[in-house]
Every structure is written in structure tokens, then in C-alpha cells.
Design a protein around this ligand. Structure first.
Ligand SMILES: [Ca+2]
Ligand SMILES: [Ca+2]
Length: 512
């Protein structure tokens, strides 16, 4: 820090102008340079369908090469318990992206079957970009189109959305990178100094995972399109996931679900060659995203804007790809219910790590808090700035998740401390399953079918030793379902006099 900067900082504070600069009380540490008295920029990076366990900073055995995102993780904070709250439709993307944009819990979304009871009108005007526009931010967005929140997306002042899931510069992730690069180049040329909110979304690694040829080659994968044959095995392909199974032990409750049966390259197959090839394709697409992230970070640094920018990296939800014998995103295991989550920026300790216990729906509250903007009244999320500042390690004790896009009521889960309960009430009451995991001992949620010798590495729901813990978690799940206005009850819960919504045609339709 220069002497002039120090003097400026001190004089601003002494003159009592500090609150004037930060209208809603966002505080920046005094030791920051005068440059950071400017409101911070925000670069929010969102990818489509990516398990946290694809990354080395969540699974050191992963073979994904993502040097730029790894560096972000090393320079910022990694959150180990970041979740999406779930979905009441097969297209899990859609509720997830609504939650990101409006900060409301899953049953309180404008597309929820309970929206009439729980969602205020004109919510679009209180979504992320609308709020930042009013606060004087420049807002720009690139992302995939569809399965999203159009009313919120159109609030961005500059918008370049398109579905880009191909393997070339024009048809793949480089296109999204180009949109941000062009925007930053124009900003530089026009000497614009307004703070920005850039929503840097990608269409990958969502299927179809048509990777770039050189990256597919690196991961030993091919864009396999022939359902009658298996792709070649190749030692360069990623290993099978540690909790891979050739089939899920019981029906998960969404018959004919697109993600589990018709994704090109996998279909309903779960053999080793198919899964390893598809993981190779996923990694090729993720590395392509990493390259684009690197381009944009280099540009921000060259512009002198990097230091005053909060960078978020996350996904709309995880994905199975062979884990537990599943392929899609319609389950509540950690690989799918959790998302990767990194935040780097002013005041965040490099290389720090915390559970966080956050939801994606905390995004609005947190971005507003960092920018010194009051969160809209319709927001229900929590700002996790205290976690980012190292003042606390979690935002909440209990986490709740749903998948209710197939047969009803569907799946529910709840997590507190090391313990997690998942319940399945599907296929008209013909499947009633309960899973109890101690995640400290069994982070991969191994089941009996994984054949582990250690008796801790399995579902503990039927072990009489844990009957007390099971009862406690069952009670906790019911209380979360009540608190969050879940309109359904499971087979072993009181009906609470509810009339649950019926599955509509759309919910029965193919998930995207
Ligand atoms: Ca998605
Ligand atoms: Ca401007």
C-alpha cells in the first residue's frame, strides 16, 4: 500500500464518509488499498451438471486437469457442503437456476406446484440482475438457453445466451468465453469504471458431452453414438468412480427418465467401458471450461480488475455418471445433491476451506452483501459472507434436499453434522427405502452392494445400534419438510391434513 492510499483510506473513515460509500453497511477491511474503496466486481461462473468429486480439490484421485479452477481454489475458499435444494421436476436445472436467481426455497419458487400459496407476484423485478442494475452495476450474462429462469435472465442489460455443447470454438465452451472477453474488451475501450456483475455460464459439461478432439484424446474418450456397440476401452480414460455400481439396488422412482435411459453415449448402460468413456467426455468438456475460465482471469488481471473482483465458481447441481449405478442428476447422494463451490476475492484467505452448509439459493443474499446492496425482501437465502471472512464455518445446522420429479412423493434427505438420512417413497408406495449414512466414516455413501468389509461402510438404517440416531434424523426430516412447506408426506409420517399436488403431464414428460 502506498502512503497516499493509506492517507486516503484513513481520511475517508475519519470524515465519516465510510457509510456513504457503502450505503448498506458492507465493510471492507481497513488494510485494503484505496482501490478497493470502489465497489467490488462480481464474476459468477456457473457450469451445467458437474459433480464436486470431478475436481482434485474434492477428490485427490480424480484425473481431471483443471489448472485454472484449481488455482482459483488455492487462492480462495473451497466450500465442502454446498448444495442445491432439489427439484420437483425431472429437469433439475430449472428449479436450481430459479433458486440461484431469486434466493427462494424450492417450494416457494414461481414454478413450484405450491407457487400460488407461497410466491409473491412480479418476482422478476427482485432477481439478481434487476437488483444489481438498480444499484448501479453493469450486468452482463452469457449462458445456455432453456431450463432456466427466463424472467430473471432477461433482466441482464447485456445478454448473449445460446446452447453450446459442441466440440469446436463456435459450438462449444469457447463461444461463452468469447462473449465475456468481448464484453471486457469493450469495457476497457470505453474506460467504464462502473462495477460489474458478469454471469459467466456454460452449456457443458451437460450432455451431449461432445468434447474437443484434442481433449477427448487426452482422456481416451470418443463421442460414442452407436447404441449397438460399446466404446473401446482406453487406459487414458478416468477410472471408475469409487462408489460405482453396475445398477442401483432398487428402482429410484422415475421410470423412463431421460437422464437414466436415453442420454446419447450411455443410454441405460452401466458397464465399465461405457461409464469410463462418458467420464472421459465429461472431463474433456470440463477442461475446455477450465481453459475459458483461465482466459477471462488473465484478461481481468491485465485490466487491473482482478484484485477487486469476487469470483464464484459453481454448478447448478452434481451428476452421477456411474456412481451408485445411476447416470443422471435425479438423486440425493452427495455426488449429485452437492455442487462444487469456490469463492475468491478481497478479504478471503487463500487456501481456506469450510463446510459452509450453504445452498445455491444463498447466492443473491451473498452477492448483495459483498456488494453492499440490500437483498430484496423476497429473498429467503442467507449471506454466507461470515463464512467467507472466516468468522464462522457454517451458515446453518440442517440441510434438506428433495427430488420429487418422478413418482410422488419421491426422495427426501436431511443432513446434520456427520449424519445423513435419505428416504425413497416412490412407485405408488411399492418402494419404501431408508438410508442412514455417517458421512465422516462413509463419505462415499457405500451401500451393502459395494461389498466393503468394514461394517461402517454401508447404509446403517437397519443396524439396531443406530435406531436412536435414525429416529432423530426422521424427526428432523419431518420438521424440515414442515418448515419449508413441502406439500408431501412420506409413508411413515403423519399426513398433516395436506392435499399433495398430483403429477402433471409436464412432470411425467422427459426430463432435460
Ligand atoms: Ca444442469
Ligand atoms: Ca457502465
Amino acid at each position: 500500500m502506498t502512503k497516499q492510499n493509506l492517507l486516503l483510506t484513513i481520511s475517508v473513515v475519519l470524515m465519516g464518509l465510510y457509510p456513504f460509500f457503502f450505503a448498506s453497511g458492507a465493510e471492507l477491511p481497513l488494510q485494503k488499498s484505496a482501490a478497493s474503496l470502489r465497489r467490488p466486481n462480481i464474476l459468477f461462473i456457473l457450469v451445467d451438471d458437474q459433480s464436486p468429486f470431478d475436481f482434485k480439490f474434492y477428490d485427490p484421485n480424480s484425473s481431471l486437469q483443471s489448472p485454472n479452477i484449481d488455482r482459483l481454489a488455492a487462492q480462495g475458499m473451497v466450500l465442502d457442503a454446498a448444495h442445491h435444494m432439489g427439484a420437483f421436476v425431472g429437469a433439475v436445472c430449472t428449479p436450481s437456476r430459479h433458486m440461484i436467481m431469486c434466493g427462494r426455497t424450492v417450494w416457494h419458487l414461481p414454478i413450484s406446484p405450491e407457487a400460488g400459496k407461497y410466491c409473491p407476484p412480479n418476482l422478476e423485478q427482485n432477481t439478481l440482475a434487476a437488483v444489481f442494475n438498480r444499484a448501479g452495476y453493469d450486468t452482463m450474462r452469457t449462458c445456455k438457453v432453456g431450463n432456466s429462469y427466463e424472467g430473471a435472465n432477461k433482466q441482464f442489460t447485456v445478454r448473449h445466451d445460446a446452447g453450446k455443447r459442441g466440440g469446436t470454438d463456435e459450438s462449444g465452451s469457447p463461444w461463452h468465453g468469447d462473449q465475456v472477453m468481448n464484453y471486457l474488451t469493450q469495457r476497457e475501450a470505453s474506460k467504464d469504471v462502473d462495477p460489474f456483475l458478469i454471469y459467466f455460464g456454460f452449456s457443458h459439461p451437460h450432455d451431449t458431452r461432445d468434447g474437443r478432439p484434442e481433449l477427448l484424446e487426452k482422456y481416451g474418450a470418443v463421442n460414442h453414438t452407436d447404441q449397438s456397440t460399446l466404446p473401446d476401452s482406453n487406459p487414458k480414460q478416468p477410472a471408475l468412480p469409487i462408489n460405482y455400481l453396475p445398477a442401483h439396488p432398487f428402482p429410484h422412482g422415475h421410470p423412463g427418465l431421460r437422464d437414466e435411459t436415453t442420454v446419447s453415449g450411455v443410454w441405460a448402460k452401466r458397464d465399465e467401458r461405457t461409464i469410463r468413456n462418458e467420464l472421459g467426455r465429461e472431463f474433456a468438456c470440463s477442461e475446455s471450461i477450465d481453459i475459458q475460465v483461465g482466459r477471462v482471469l488473465t484478461k481481468l488481471e491485465a485490466m487491473g480488475e482482478l484484485e477487486n473482483t469476487y469470483i464464484f465458481y459453481t454448478a447448478d447441481h452434481g451428476i452421477a455418471i456411474g456412481r451408485h449405478g445411476l447416470q443422471g442428476k435425479q438423486n440425493l447422494y452427495e455426488h449429485t445433491w452437492r455442487v462444487p463451490f469456490i469463492v475468491k476475492g478481497p478479504g478471503i484467505k487463500p487456501g481456506s476451506r469450510a463446510p459452509g452448509n450453504i445452498y445455491l439459493l444463498d447466492t443473491v443474499a451473498t452477492l448483495c452483501d459483498l456488494a453492499g446492496i440490500p437483498a430484496p425482501e423476497s429473498n429467503e437465502g442467507l449471506s454466507f459472507k461470515p463464512v467467507l471472512e472466516g468468522k464462522q464455518t457454517t451458515m446453518r445446522e440442517v440441510l434438506y434436499g428433495i427430488y420429487s420429479g418422478g413418482t410422488k412423493p419421491g426422495m427426501r434427505c436431511v443432513k446434520r453434522g456427520d449424519w445423513k438420512l435419505i428416504k425413497y417413497d416412490v412407485l405408488d408406495g411399492t418402494v419404501h427405502e431408508t438410508q442412514l449414512f455417517n458421512l465422516a466414516n462413509n463419505p462415499n455413501e457405500f451401500l451393502t452392494e459395494h461389498g466393503k468389509k468394514d461394517s461402517a461402510l454401508t447404509n446403517l438404517a437397519r443396524d439396531p445400534k443406530y435406531a436412536g440416531k435414525l429416529a432423530e434424523m426422521e424427526k428432523l426430516l419431518l420438521s424440515e419438510m414442515r418448515r419449508l412447506n413441502d406439500p408431501y408426506r412420506l409413508w411413515n409420517q403423519p399426513d398433516d391434513g395436506l392435499t399433495p399436488p398430483k403429477a402433471g403431464k409436464r412432470e411425467k414428460a422427459k426430463a432435460k
